[in-house]
Design a protein around this ligand. Structure first.
Ligand SMILES: [Zn+2]
Ligand SMILES: [Zn+2]
Length: 251
């Protein structure tokens, strides 16, 4: 499976997962034209997108959904999350529940099994997704205030982990954000700190060459080197070395 992080961060998130000639997107949080451009740059035809899976309805995850209308792509989101997504026409809307389901395009061997799992964020019905193909399992957990046992169970055994490493709590505390915003970010329905992400990865990574993508970093309250160092250090305590037991990239 090919992973292309087309956008990451509070200004927009969009991830493309490609198996053979078929692609699925997780979130479409940048302008439609930017998605088209970045898909083409990565050798992906927008017409080959089978489906778009939305984590939740915040603007940095749904802004580019008009791309679904243009290419007639089905869009999946938690059932309750549709209350706040208006820009997708009725015929393209699909709800995800707890069970996984198969996407199997006719006449191709490229199939995906997608298993949604609940995340903890200030939206109606936020989700993460574990995606299986013939060769790989990739799990994607973006905006969430905490990682619980159910999330760990859904993500476990992946070859590829795409997870937010949003902020450093001390930087949030010293930022000039209003107190209400600070409180929201670090709350149980806000975002993962670097340490929360690192602790989740310590539970998940087994040292068999997994690939980690740290995403959705706050531009004001984090630094790529800090996010990277936090996870690398925690995994080191478990005896796992970067590039020997796992690979890691920060977006
Ligand atoms: Zn959000
Ligand atoms: Zn977000």
């Amino acid at each position: 499976m090919k992973v292309d992080i087309l956008a990451s961060g509070s200004s927009g998130n969009c991830i493309a997962l490609t198996a053979g000639n078929s692609t699925i997107l997780v979130d479409a949080g940048i302008a439609k034209t930017k998605i088209e451009k970045r898909l083409m740059e990565n050798g992906i035809e927008p017409g080959n997108i089978l489906a778009i899976f939305v984590t939740h309805a915040h603007n940095d995850h749904v802004k580019g959904l008009p791309i679904a209308e243009k290419y007639h792509i089905p869009v999946y989101a938690g059932e309750e999350e549709w209350k706040s997504i208006k820009i997708v026409s009725e015929e393209l809307r699909h709800s995800v529940y707890e069970h996984g389901f198969l996407l199997d395009p006719e006449g191709r061997n490229d199939w995906f099994i997608v298993e949604p799992f609940k995340t903890h964020h200030d939206a109606y019905d936020p989700r993460g997704y574990a995606v299986h193909t013939e060769e790989h399992k990739v799990s994607i957990c973006l905006d969430t205030g905490r990682v619980d046992e159910d999330i760990l169970a859904a993500m476990s055994g992946s070859d590829i982990y795409i997870i937010e490493s949003n902020h450093d709590p001390v930087m949030v505390e010293h930022s000039d954000y209003p107190n209400s915003v600070k409180a929201r970010i670090v709350s149980q329905v806000g975002h993962l700190s670097n340490m929360q992400t690192a602790e989740a990865l310590v539970q998940l990574v087994q040292g068999r060459g997994e690939k980690i993508y740290l995403t959705h970093l706050s531009s004001n309250n984090n630094m790529p080197s800090l996010a990277l160092m936090t996870t690398v250090r925690q995994l080191m305590k478990k005896g796992f070395k970067q590039d020997t037991h796992y690979e890691i990239e920060v977006f």
